[in-house]
Design a protein around this ligand. Structure first.
Ligand SMILES: Nc1ncnc2c1ncn2[C@@H]1O[C@H](COP(=O)(O)OP(=O)(O)O)[C@@H](O)[C@H]1O
Ligand SMILES: [Mg+2]
Length: 492
């Protein structure tokens, strides 16, 4: 009801131009239809396919005036003060002729009394018209309205399917309400209805799908990727201290309200040797907290075809906020933020945008950054307060290596009990997790090629054949360790 009041006040305030950026065109039009009964002015719509049409009298569209300029000319010549809803007019706003025609209608408001309402999914108001215009945002359902919206959809579904019941635990309704925040009424209803329709129930399984669909609806520039099947911390060998750190913070991260003096965990940085499981651990954080994993696609961040980088990064960050609680993963952050001398400072501005957001963001968005190379890492990123901790991912110790062997043997339907892990763990000293995995894969190929089963011998041979990166890049790793000492916490 508030919304109708707001719009009514806006129309009465003698504003000639109203801009409504919305994904809910139908609902916006419906609001004006209802409003029309209060204000009594004729109501028209315009689309490029139908031209001008009278909405309050249910007359068929006249199909002329489909050209934007013709429609504006006709509006300027309409004697009775009216409200015109211009749907998807945004491409024609760039045209100087149209801008002038619109301005003329604004200037003649005292005699004409017309209101032009532009409704599109995305509009930028031309500078020459800004002075006459007001932007209005349709309301999104509030957190407290969503459970009722879900129950109404359950009711609607039952009406359509008499005799069928819909299983929906109150706790699930609560969780779904939470996940629907940031969507419009129309979108929220649609997602709930879909979730019911697939199995006559609202269950925990629907949560992930709702999250994914929500992401698709809100995603505008595809800078953020949604990762569906997140891993769990049990897929990561070693890193005990990191796991404990994460376990301790899970509750504070997911709690809707925190006691005074306790801050919401903001994020962490994983620095370390290549193949050490940093990316793996980043994914596992989301999985173990059961929240969506969103990855900032740094590869396309500076893609010139995508357009204005800073505007894009801002809308990408806003997207993660509306997906909260979630994990935002920025992989190999040094590549994304360091930039080079040839980008006119774009990467510096992107870094500044991200840093400001990190400092100000109060939503449950947990940032996990990974970096292989500290020499090109902007120091501002590591400053305390922005992230909670910097972890150093060193090569796995013997205990961690044993776990990594188990994880990767099991993943390939092999029983770790069939192998004598002790000697394998010992001879793989200096191997990264990735190299252990690769050794198992190579041994499997060899065994298959020999028409044989994977045995201890195949694994031992493969390990002795591998020259791990830690040998080849000994200097680099020592330097990294030296840097990490005192600056970081070890994951193990
Ligand atoms: N600690 C680990 N536990 C289990 N698997 C690991 C571990 N470290 C690396 N791996 C394996 O190696 C692959 C590559 O590791 P990755 O996470 O990409 O390393 P990084 O990001 O540190 O370079 C992982 O997908 C995983 O299969
Ligand atoms: Mg990685």
């Amino acid at each position: 009801m508030h919304e109708l009041d707001d719009l009514q006040i806006l129309l009465r305030s003698r504003t000639p131009l109203i801009f409504i950026e919305t994904r809910e065109e139908a609902r916006a039009v419906q609001l004006f239809r209802r409003l029309q009964r209060h204000i009594g002015k004729p109501l028209f719509s315009w689309t490029v396919t139908d031209g001008l049409a009278r909405l309050d009298l249910d007359l068929p569209p006249q199909k002329h005036n489909r050209k934007a300029a013709d429609a504006l000319t006709q509006i300027a010549g309409t004697g009775q003060p009216s409200v015109f809803l211009l749907l998807d007019f945004h491409p024609y706003l760039d045209d100087p002729v149209n801008q002038r025609l619109i301005k003329q209608i604004c200037l003649e408001y005292p005699t004409l009394g017309h209101t032009l309402v532009f409704i599109s999914h995305q509009i930028s108001i031309p500078a020459s018209l800004r002075h006459h215009a007001v932007s209005y945002q349709l309301k999104l359902p509030g957190r407290s309205q969503l459970p009722a919206l879900i129950r109404a959809e359950i009711g609607r579904w039952k009406l359509q399917n008499p005799g069928q019941d819909v299983a929906a635990h109150p706790e699930i309704i609560e969780q779904i309400s939470h996940n629907l925040q940031g969507l419009s009424f129309t979108e929220a209803r649609k997602l709930v209805f879909e979730a019911i329709a697939d199995d006559d129930a609202l269950t925990a399984d629907d949560l992930e799908r709702i999250n994914r669909r929500k992401f698709e609806l809100l995603d505008q520039n595809q800078l953020i990727k949604f990762h569906a099947k997140a891993l769990d911390l049990s897929d990561v060998g070693g890193m005990q201290r990191l796991r404990k750190w994460l376990d301790t913070r899970k509750k504070a991260f997911l709690s809707p309200a925190l006691p005074a003096g306790l801050n919401r965990p903001k994020g962490l940085m994983l620095i370390g040797v290549q193949g050490g499981g940093k990316s793996l651990a980043a994914k596992a954080v989301a999985g173990s907290w059961h929240v969506p994993l969103l990855r900032l696609d740094t590869g396309s961040l500076y893609n010139k075809y995508i357009g204005e980088t800073e505007k894009n990064i801002r809308s990408a960050l806003a997207l993660t906020e509306s997906m909260a609680p979630c994990v935002l993963w920025i992989d190999e952050v040094e590549k994304a933020m360091a930039g080079d001398s040839e980008d006119n400072g774009t990467s510096k501005r992107v870094l500044a945008t991200v840093l400001t957001w990190m400092a100000e963001n109060s939503a449950s968005v947990f940032i996990v950054m990974t970096a292989n190379d500290i020499s090109s890492l902007p120091p501002e990123l590591l400053r305390k307060g922005r992230i909670d901790e910097i972890f150093f991912v060193d090569l796995p110790d013997s205990e961690a290596r044993e776990e990594i062997f188990r994880i990767h043997l099991k993943r390939r339907q092999l029983d770790p009990l069939d192998f004598n892990l002790g000697p394998l763990v010992e001879s793989s000293e200096g191997f990264s997790g990735s190299e252990i995995e690769q050794a198992i894969i190579s041994a499997l190929y060899q065994a298959f090629s020999d028409n044989s089963q994977l045995s201890q011998k195949y694994l031992e041979d493969e390990i002795s054949r591998t020259r791990p990166l830690s040998v080849i890049m000994d200097d680099k790793i020592s330097a990294l360790r030296l840097w990490a000492k005192g600056r970081t916490v070890k994951v193990n």
